[in-house]
Design a protein around this ligand. Sequence first.
Ligand code: 13P
Ligand code: SF4
Length: 304
Amino acid sequence: MIKDVQEEILRLKKEKDICILAHSYTAHEILEVADFTGDSYALSVKAKTAPQKTVIMAGVRFMAETVKILSPEKTVLLAHPEAGCPMAEQMDKELITAVKQQYPDYTVVAYINTSAELKTVCDVCVTSSSAVKIVRQIENPNILFIPDCNLGAYVREQVPEKHIKLLQGGCPVHASVNAEEAARAKELHPNALLLVHPECTPDVVRQADFVGSTSAIMDYAKNSPCQEFIIGTEISIAEHLQYACPDKDFYYLSQKLICKNMKMSTLMDVYHAVCGRGGEEIKLDADTISKARKCIDEMIRLGG
Ligand code: 13P
Ligand code: SF4
């Protein structure tokens, strides 16, 4: 059954000139029919260069908006209309405009997990894989980093020469793991390396053997001579790695690391979107696109 649906998706996307992008947190059967998979940075770069006229995003809303901002001439569909990122909705344009008035000499660095509207008042975007590199390159020593205070704290530690101000936002999924759970997981699997996403809290990150984006975690585990790993990000990454490396052992850092928004997109959603009777078309006005695009282009320029 799954194979039949997958074959139909592959046939239709070729016939209709559709590109499917899937974030690594989505299900394995979706990744198998995608043209590109990866972390949010890789997807945003692929979105820019994909030749197809229609793009379906199996991921969350800010990722589909990023595709639309970079390719306004394309039809962009979010596979599941309700798949949003709670962190992307924590801060709005009005709040950040008011904060900017208090800190006029700060460069506003926005994690890509923000709405298109919020990006219009920010200076540069970053993803978890590019944040350290980009912040290091910004000339201004004063940085206002939004919305993830955990990723921001990690960047602050890696780039001590900058003066980084944080606001209280973050990913409720990654922030749900605490230091005791990390210590317990390490005790339970003493030979395993702990690999964590920088959206985890600083006291979890401090215990990690490696910190990186979803793709960086996957690459590290695949290339490491080590045999066992505790995966401190969304549980799908441990599952994809177990498929890819059957001779190694992968453990969840915590069963709480499930992003229900990323799990909303199913293979059937992708099928319905490819058929033209599902998904939600992303519509953004020209002014939002041109203002939001500046900070995404700046991210690609500095991160490239
Ligand atoms: P990545 O940049 O690692 O893909 O992270 C996106 C995300 O939503 C993590 O929770
Ligand atoms: Fe947003 Fe966290 Fe889900 Fe990533 S894991 S999409 S940051 S809620």
